[in-house]
Design a binder for this molecule. Sequence first.
Ligand code: SAM
Length: 286
Amino acid sequence: MENPRDTSPLTADAWVRRMRSWGVRPSKSKGQNFLLDHEVVARIADAAGISPGDRIVEIGPGLGVLTEELLRRGANLTAIELDDSLAPHLKRHFHDEPAFRLIHGDATSVTPIDVVASDVPFRIVANLPYSVATRIIRHWLESEHPPIELVVMVQQEVADRMTAAAGDMSLLGLAIQLHTHAEYLFAVPSEAFHPPPKVTSAVVRLRTTNNQSMDRQATERLFQLATIAFRHKRKTIANSLSRDLEIDKATLVDRLNDAGIDGTLRPQALDLDTWIRLSRIELDLT
Ligand code: SAM
């Protein structure tokens, strides 16, 4: 290919022509809704703030729309594409671009340390396949070599849950905010894609926070408690936890009070710090 740094972005029609010439029929099961609106592509790249030489992992390059923009801005890019029919085209198309490397594989199961060396900081920039977006994000965030930041497009409802504040907290919100500062950036209408998805999309920035106080065991404890509490969203945390953990309610309420936690709250009302304090209360979870 011509070096993307020397070429202008393609029009939406030209991307559809590329799709046809590659013989690609968008697959629903692989979440193939290709982004064709260059303004949106540029906004994602702006949000990622690429400087020449930055190590970027792009998950699901598809036709290479975002890939070309990231390369144009000087990224050193590793793309991971699952689709057997797209991978050979991507390899051929980008073969003379030295800053591009393709891994033909599944982003939910590759080992991040095999993709980027353990001492090299990297970011993920992607328009994710929606059905596995949270699995992909958690797989990378909870790995031994997490990215320092992710700028990713997901379905709007998932973006809302990942970035929710106390009052709308969910298990997903907790899982994401335990590892990152999560920020909602902007919505993207379905007309920006081919074929248009049935849902609105949104871009989020997840900046890894390195929560030193939470080791693996502490994190597991937190999720054990949160899973119980979110199982009964309409119940107060004191009621759900005392019932499922078979603890006397008055004793539990005393321990919650000692930790400065109001046991009459429902699980979605607690923010991350409160969940962390709750996970430190002495309770038998076995
Ligand atoms: N980045 C392109 C764009 O913006 O037009 C394509 C985005 S499309 C929403 C999702 C892409 O992820 C598709 O190319 C699909 O084949 C790929 N994909 C789906 N599941 C995947 C997985 N588990 N690992 C890697 N890529 C995957």
